[in-house]
Design a protein around this ligand. Structure first.
Ligand code: TYD
Length: 201
């Protein structure tokens, strides 16, 4: 496939949303088509599933299956067609979030996630994943002063600690694809790092 698939990851409160406009602007200046999307969501069905996923309590297996149902729709309707026409796809979260939230933080066995991943995506992986990383306390502080939390944002420090360590483990396991960004710095500095990474790819 000719396109470029970039994903953005991090704990809630890590600040990734702040930097999405910069990323999109820089990529678009290269002249190629840029598709900006998000998970869970990215399609009309996926956005309906997002409402359930972010606000309804459910068993972690149900949650994982619904995440991948939304992802299957997203891949078939949006991501694969865009990559096939040579576009750059930027997805605000993808399967690394499922490993971090459903396996790392909520305890779904890894082999079940691997089965879902294999079924829904086959060999497809992002080309580059930007991981916005902050210490757990920073993330919790930022969330405390933000809008009404969704189901995941309302979790406590232990959940966030498991989440962060799973994200960092994946970054260590797949160093060729991950760029870990220290997001516990002034916004301008983080922005500069993000720009350097985007220009380098
Ligand atoms: P998020 O991307 O943080 O959006 P917003 O900035 O609007 O809050 O919210 C999505 C939430 O869904 C986030 O808490 C992580 C969670 N999530 C999973 O648990 N598993 C997944 O596979 C994905 C894609 C997201």
């Amino acid at each position: 496939m000719a396109g470029l698939f970039i994903t953005l990851e991090g704990m809630d409160g890590a600040g990734k949303s702040t930097h999405i406009p910069t990323i999109l602007q820089l990529l678009a200046s290269g002249g190629r088509e840029v598709v900006s999307t998000r998970e869970p969501g990215g399609t009309p069905l996926g956005e309906e599933l997002r409402e359930l996923l972010l606000h309804r309590e459910m068993h972690v297996e149900t949650e994982s299956l619904l995440m991948f149902a939304a992802r299957a729709e997203h891949l078939q309707q949006v991501i694969l067609p865009a990559l096939q026409r040579d576009a750059i796809v930027v997805s605000d979260r993808f399967t690394d979030a499922s490993y971090a939230y459903q396996c790392g933080a909520r305890g779904l066995p890894m082999h079940k996630m691997q089965q879902l991943e294999q079924w829904v995506q086959g060999e497809l992986q992002p080309d580059v994943t930007l991981l916005f990383d902050v210490p757990v306390e920073v993330s919790l502080q930022r969330l405390a002063s933000a809008r009404t939390p969704d189901k995941f944002e309302a979790q406590g420090a232990e959940f966030f600690a498991r989440l962060r360590s799973q994200y960092l483990k994946r970054a260590a396991d797949y160093p060729q694809r991950f760029r870990v960004i220290d997001a516990h710095r002034p916004i301008e500095e983080v922005k500069k790092t993000v720009e350097e990474i985007i220009l380098s790819i």
